[in-house]
Design a protein around this ligand. Sequence first.
Ligand code: ADP
Length: 614
Amino acid sequence: MDKYSVLKQYFGHGAFRPGQEQLVDGVLAGRDVLGVMPTGGGKSLCYQVPALLLPGTALVVSPLISLMQDQVAALRGAGVAAAFLNSSLTSEQFIDTCREIRRGAYRLIYVAPERLENEYFASMAQGLEISLVAVDEAHCVSQWGQDFRPSYLKIAEFIGKLPKRPPVAAFTATATARVREDIAQLLGLRDPVSVVTGFDRANLFFEVRRPKQKLPAVSALVQERRGKSGIIYCATRAKVEQVCAALIEEGVSATRYHAGLSEEERTGNQNDFQFDRCPVMVATNAFGMGIDKSNVSFVIHYNMPKNLESYYQEAGRAGRDGEAAECILLYSAGDVVTAKMLLERSNEREKGFDTLEQDLRLLDAMVGYCKTTNCLRGYLLDYFGQGHGERCENCGNCRSLYVELNITRQAQMILSCIKRVKDLLGYYVGPALIIQVLRGSKNQRIRELGLERLSTYGILPEAREKVQSYIECLEAGGYVYVEKEHSTLRPTREAGQVLFHGQEVMMMARAQCEVPSAPPTRERKRLETSVQVLDGEQSGLLDRLKAARNKLAQEENVPAYIVFSNATLADMAAKSPRSLEAFLEVSGVGRVKASKYGKYFLDVIEEYYGDRGR
Ligand code: ADP
């Protein structure tokens, strides 16, 4: 069998994705490799295909139990003999698995890095024919990465003790050069074939929003996406609790994950999410690495993360199946304060070495993302050092029209209104009252205070939100400030420049977002090459296929995407195969899965078209 037949027969894919083939070829030629690909890029295949072609057993070092279990379940589903060794096994299962490993029964075995330090395991490994050592999430070896795991530093030593050094294949989604260098050096890679693929994830829609109140905003976003699976990341455990409780109150099937919960509850909640019993997960960044759920269709950040690496990795958990998905960040100025506080704390206590200055620089870049009015995808790709077009047409900024408005006249009206109200009353008032005066409100308080007599009364009869946004712009520009104790709006010295010295005030305004809050539309889907566009009839079939798949997954007690991913079902709906042969043409359908599930899904298709008389 060659690599193409392995790809087709076991994994059901007709072609390698960019970068995959080079890495597969590297390993097959006995070379070390380093693959840097974004989450969802398809790193697993790069070692799984060689593992099926080379004699012996591939050893896969993977940092998380849930990740191993998922990978092994998926491989077994595809007809590949694979196993994991970790603490979730009973001692009986452990002994059985070791016996089978010694017998050379598996093509791949998954272990946590700590296992390599175990003497029993190390001596067993020395008696095996090891085809390759794959190191998943290889950035864990670097202290510059976010998930440093000391036992990764021992991997090189373990490999050094093997009687014959197999090729070593390292994979990560972390792009920075420093981390890459660390990986090559600390894992002891020898002249590796390095492949860094594009970081763009065309199927992801990026957006930054600045809601006045986040809780109602997040709940509206989730309600609009009912029936879809999503993750909501919050900066603190307390926020996770608050957001999760609010969503549950509104009838959303949400669950939560953070380091303050017992191990048992964390595992239970994670399973509820993986199996779609609770499609919405509210979590801190403790939830993540190793989440291999491919049908996550939105990731909302309730708070801004501490750097763009974290953001891209967390947001990238959306749309791993290649379907259109959304990454929405809810930004407020308070997030910067929280992020700084968390960084200071972690530098003091957790890391044991000081990188605060560097951390703050990374934070600045993150804040820049939240504030830019240019293409958001472009901003991310710039950061990761990849070229791109000027506009992606698939982010919140490209889809909104930003215009630069000269609001000097309005600014002068607002500033003089603040001054006149103060002159008349002898004290400053809050922004709400100033807005009422400017808009010529007829309410009782205005009359009682005699404010309708002012020359600035009613001179700015625009929508309340608009006047509010002018005031925010003046605040951002340092012309006014809100005094803390009484929440009154006051001018700064700079205000004089605008009132008396011709200083102009400009405001970037989002003129109109074409898709203000809509989930991905058909039109948007068409922008992405990897996404199927289905007609009405095919969409109806897709719904039936999904229902059938979910039922099957429930019966087999596996997560739905282990049976077939959404992308595979979409391709199935588009191709509507009517024979087993045609069924094999569907992307993601390998031989074993076809023989296992083919008839079941073909019946669903047959019945669907039968109902339509075709
Ligand atoms: P990563 O580990 O890089 O995050 P995965 O290995 O989990 O990504 O792959 C992500 C998804 O891409 C999976 O659903 C997988 O089936 C799909 N995939 C990988 N390689 C290919 C390919 N060559 N053709 C089509 N789909 C692929």
